[in-house]
Design a protein around this ligand. Structure first.
Ligand code: FAD
Ligand code: NAD
Length: 467
């Protein structure tokens, strides 16, 4: 059957946070927009990423709280987990949010095509939906927002061992709590989901190739997380090398640093060793775009090496974060509408939703030093913060990094309960070019965790009040 032809000003491939935000913003600016999504609107983030993982983190914490002895005088007897209900609740949140994205796109007049896009050239895309007919679409601007996929280990492929070896997608929907879960990779996904299943009752062992947990993060920030994992009973095997399934296919063979080979019996093995841009299987190579390793190379306006072909989000490589994808999507829409924009954020905050949480924004003391900057740094511990104590969360601290000469704030780090919410204050202070004095002289409501932010600045200035 000959392809159906249609024409659009902007064609977006991928309806994840990058693509759908770009579509909404473009439509707001009067750009005729078509968005093609092969799976579900909302992408990795809403369907099998940020949202379902955070829902499970919350549910697992509620269950763990109900089960653990409490010093608050609260006793719960006979606490039970109805995992099917937990998963249904999580799926309900996903459905609500993805349905909301669909409604927003419709309301803005975006044409949404359900189907897989195949690039023909920089202005022509074929879309294959459920029916046989292929739609051929011509566009003035092409925005690539196809996201990323999980990295597989060649010697431990997904599905091996009768479905024992899984990715994060399956680990967000185990039908029952695994008795023994082995997690390969102590990064974001490994620790977030490892903690979930431990709190829900699994025996969890984390195997990490490097010699510490969350190797991409500052060691001081990771310490409270490592302590908490040990308290929870999560076993961490660091500097261990995964070799594959054993002969029986029911355990993971792992090489210890000493060279000895051990076997870790497991009914599930979560491989979480990173994600890679989705650059294959949809004709992207036909465009012969300049690449940056496995990622599409873009400039500060998310332009690729081909005129009027743009790329955003995970497809462009690190950092693989939903808020980065959204910010880029919004910017590209505004550029196409003729607005002067560049993607030069003062920081892209990152949060690890471990227990406790970690948040970083801007420079750490080490990265500032590596950049040749002379800095001041100061930390304020949550052990001296009234709100943290009243939340039974005295662990962790807030740290500020500022230029030594003019006190311009260059970065923030925090670890502690609910510190993800401090990322807004951190991002804002960096984006607005705040100095230590600006934050130190801002009245922070009492009692809040945010007072630790103010106190860190006061401490950097040499006059902390509560320590
Ligand atoms: P995606 O969300 O991957 O969307 C791409 C979309 O394109 C997909 O829907 C896909 O189906 C579609 N697509 C691909 N190819 C085609 C084609 N040829 N035709 C049609 N459609 C196509 N980030 C955070 O910031 N915070 C978190 O807490 C967080 N938690 C995460 C937890 C997990 C378990 C995972 C896996 C990821 C998490 N992330 C988190 C990362 C986050 O999900 C991604 O950074 C984000 O989704 C990237 O957005 P994107 O729009 O670039 O791509
Ligand atoms: P990651 O890069 O965070 O961690 C991967 C870990 O696996 C690293 O510690 C690495 O040293 C280890 N590793 C690599 N190969 C190994 C091997 N053969 N054996 C043992 N360990 C090995 O990757 P991820 O956890 O898969 O997450 C993927 C991406 O998704 C992240 O880059 C992140 O951007 C995004 N994500 C973000 C959040 C969040 O923002 N809270 C949550 C989940 C995922």
């Amino acid at each position: 059957m000959p392809p159906v032809h249609s024409q659009t000003q902007l064609l977006i491939v991928g309806g994840g946070p990058g693509g759908y935000v770009a579509a909404i913003r473009a439509a707001q600016l009067g750009i005729q927009t078509t968005l093609v999504e092969g799976a579900q609107l909302g992408g990795t983030c809403l369907n099998v990423g940020c949202i379902p993982s955070k829902a499970l983190i919350h549910a697992a914490e509620a269950y763990a709280q109900a089960r653990q002895p409490s010093s608050l005088g609260i006793r719960c007897e006979g606490v039970q987990l109805d995992l099917a209900q937990t998963l249904a609740w999580k799926d309900g949140i996903v459905a609500k949010l993805t349905g909301g994205v669909g409604a927003l796109l419709r309301r803005h007049g975006v044409t949404v095509l359900q189907g897989w896009a195949e690039l023909v050239d920089g202005k022509t895309v074929d879309v294959r939906g459920a029916e046989e007919a292929v739609q051929r679409i011509r566009c003035e601007h092409l925005l690539l927002a196809a996201g990323s996929t999980e990295v597989a280990l060649p010697f431990l492929p997904f599905g091996a061992g009768n479905g024992r070896v899984v990715s994060s997608t399956e680990a967000l929907a185990f039908a029952e709590v695994p008795r023994q879960l082995v997690v390969v990779g102590a990064g974001y996904i490994g620790l977030e989901l490892g903690t979930v299943w431990r709190k829900l009752g699994a025996e969890v062992t984390v195997v990490e190739a490097q010699d510490r947990l969350l190797p991409a993060y500052d060691a001081d920030l990771v310490k409270p997380v490592a302590q908490s994992l040990a308290r929870l009973g999560v076993k961490s095997l660091l500097a261990h090398r995964v070799e594959g399934l054993n002969a029986a296919g029911d355990a993971l063979s792992v090489r210890e640093p000493s060279g000895a080979l051990i076997e870790l019996p497991a009914d599930k093995i979560l491989v979480a060793v990173g994600r890679k841009p989705r650059t294959e299987g949809w004709g992207m190579e036909r465009l012969m775009l300049d690449m940056n390793g496995r990622a599409v190379k873009v400039d500060a306006q998310c332009r690729t090496s081909m005129r009027n072909v743009w790329a955003i989000g995970d497809l462009c490589g690190e950092p693989l974060l939903a808020h980065r994808a959204m910010a880029q999507g919004e910017m590209v829409a505004e550029l196409i509408a003729g607005q002067p924009r560049r993607f030069e954020p003062a920081s892209i905050p990152a949060v690890c939703f471990t227990d406790p949480e970690i948040v970083v924004a801007g420079h750490t003391p080490a990265s500032a030093e590596a950049a040749g900057l002379k800095v001041l740094q100061a930390s304020f511990p949550f052990a001296a913060n009234g709100r943290a104590l009243s939340l039974e969360a005295p662990e962790g601290f807030v740290r500020v990094v500022a230029r030594a000469d003019n006190h311009l704030i260059l970065g923030w780090q925090a670890v502690g309960a609910a510190v993800s919410e401090l990322s807004a204050a951190f991002g804002l202070s960096l984006e607005m070019g705040a100095r230590l004095e600006d934050v130190a002289h801002t009245i922070h409501a009492h009692p809040t965790l945010g007072e630790a932010v103010q106190e860190a600045c006061l401490r950097a200035l040499g006059h902390a009040l509560h320590i």
